[in-house]
Design a protein around this ligand. Structure first.
Ligand code: DCT
Ligand code: MG
Length: 411
């Protein structure tokens, strides 16, 4: 064989696939048999990690340094548009495709670069091709200027408003937030009332400095309940994000049942300090005997609360004086979760996100390991046992996965 004519990258990919027991797509077999004479673009060196990108987000390291934003932004618009019509399958398909591209260590230079990557279906490929050829995707541009998309985007940006409610309002002919609040036939629930009341503040991103300021407040208050309480910043901030839509904390107290009453005490204290603007407390319904859950649950059973708190601007480090003029506070969305101490590792892993990373951890556990994972526990169906974990690392070990740092979970 004239090896000079065979694409080195193809061979490397082929042999790695053989070793990994991965089926070789017909199209790729064809490629290997008929040596390609086309030169490979610079993007992927022969030993490029692009060659063994996993279909599971929990086997990819995805930092915030996204080199393919032009593609992933487009795909996320498509995903969001499907989310609005609650079309879960296509929505997830585009989210997965975007996530694969987010994990790549370099920009995609041509369609050929991404051939053979997992989760990139024909619709995704067409969008990427469009962007290469025209600089943008006509399909995405169409959605962005679509009145329905624009309206649902605004409506769902209100705390407490999901796709169903947004769609209902849209069908009534309503097109902006002013029309919603002045329509007497619309009955808003408690969450939505707060969502509209503090819209100006909570629709703005929360900065890391603001998140730290909230931590100080919660730390001080929770310390009065028990000096042993630990507070961990989770969610996007734990993954290294500079901004978020809210601040997520995990609170734990060592010892069985010691967290009982913690969040109600924190809420009372916030109220008496005059900084509680909204609270929705959910009592724990956690019961190990009813575990494991068999599906990807959007909500766990731990004691938790969804809050809006008043954050004084003077409490935020580095806040410029000029930014402080006018109102001296900002409303901030805060989520607190208080799992039992022995469930801490599972809760931490679950609340650190990203959502797609969590979804794929569970999918990987189920399909590749015959195990069930959620925010409470890991259950091995083969041996019918719960696997114990004190740290996130323990859970990755049980799953036979390389440890992925929180800042690499931005899938
Ligand atoms: N999560 C969960 N169960 C829920 C809600 C969230 O396990 N009922 C997980 C998934 C992500 C993480 O907790 C935090 O949720 P968000 O705050 O919605 O996401 P985020 O990644 O922190 O995003 P943002 O930075 O916008 O707050
Ligand atoms: Mg968050």
């Amino acid at each position: 064989t004239d090896l000079g004519k065979i694409n080195v990258v193809d061979i490397a990919w082929f042999t790695q696939s053989m070793r990994a027991g991965r089926p070789i797509p017909v199209e790729a077999q064809h490629r290997i048999q008929k040596p390609s004479v086309q030169p490979k673009p610079e993007a992927g060196p022969p030993d490029s990690p692009w060659l063994n990108v996993s279909q599971y987000a929990c086997q990819r390291r995805t930092t915030l340094n996204n080199r393919n934003k032009i593609f992933t932004d487009a795909l996320d618009v498509l995903a969001e548009n499907y989310e609005f019509i609650e079309s879960i399958g296509p929505c997830l398909g585009f989210r997965r495709a975007a996530s694969v591209l987010k994990s790549l260590p370099a920009p995609v230079r041509s369609i050929k670069d991404i051939e053979g990557l997992p989760c990139l279906g024909p619709d995704t490929m067409a969008v990427i091709q469009d962007i290469f050829e025209c600089g943008s995707s006509s399909k995405v541009e169409e959605i962005l200027t679509d009145e329905r998309y624009q309206t649902l985007k605004i409506f769902t940006s209100v705390f407490g408003v999901g796709p169903k409610t947004a769609e209902k309002w849209y069908r009534k002919g309503l097109r902006n937030l002013e029309q919603i609040v002045s329509d007497s036939s619309i009955h808003l629930n408690k969450m939505q009332i707060a969502g509209f009341k503090y819209y100006e503040d909570i629709s703005k991103p929360v900065s890391k400095a603001e998140a730290e300021a909230v931590r100080h407040i919660i730390e001080e208050i929770a310390g009065c309940f028990s000096p042993d309480v630990t507070i961990t910043l989770t969610g996007g901030f734990r993954r290294g994000k500079e901004f978020g839509h809210d601040v997520d904390f995990l609170l734990t107290v060592p010892g069985p049942g010691k967290e009982d009453g913690l969040l109600p005490a924190v809420i009372d204290r916030l109220r008496s300090q005059g900084i509680l603007l909204y609270s929705d407390f959910q009592e724990s319904t956690f019961d190990l005997s009813s575990l494991p859950c068999r599906r990807f649950e959007t909500m766990d059973h731990f004691q938790k609360c969804f809050l809006i708190v008043k954050l004084k601007k003077e409490q935020v480090a580095g806040q410029q004086a000029e930014q402080r003029c006018g109102r001296d506070w900002k409303a901030v969305r805060v989520d607190l979760v208080a799992p039992p101490a022995e469930r801490y590792a599972f809760a931490l892993l679950g609340w650190s996100g990203s959502t797609l990373f969590e979804r794929d951890l569970r999918r990987f556990a189920r399909l590749e390991r015959n195990m069930l994972l959620d925010n409470h526990a890991l259950f091995d169906k083969t041996t019918n046992t719960f696997l114990q974990a004190k740290t996130e690392e323990d859970i990755f070990i049980h799953l036979g996965l390389d440890y992925i740092e929180p800042w690499q979970r931005n899938a």
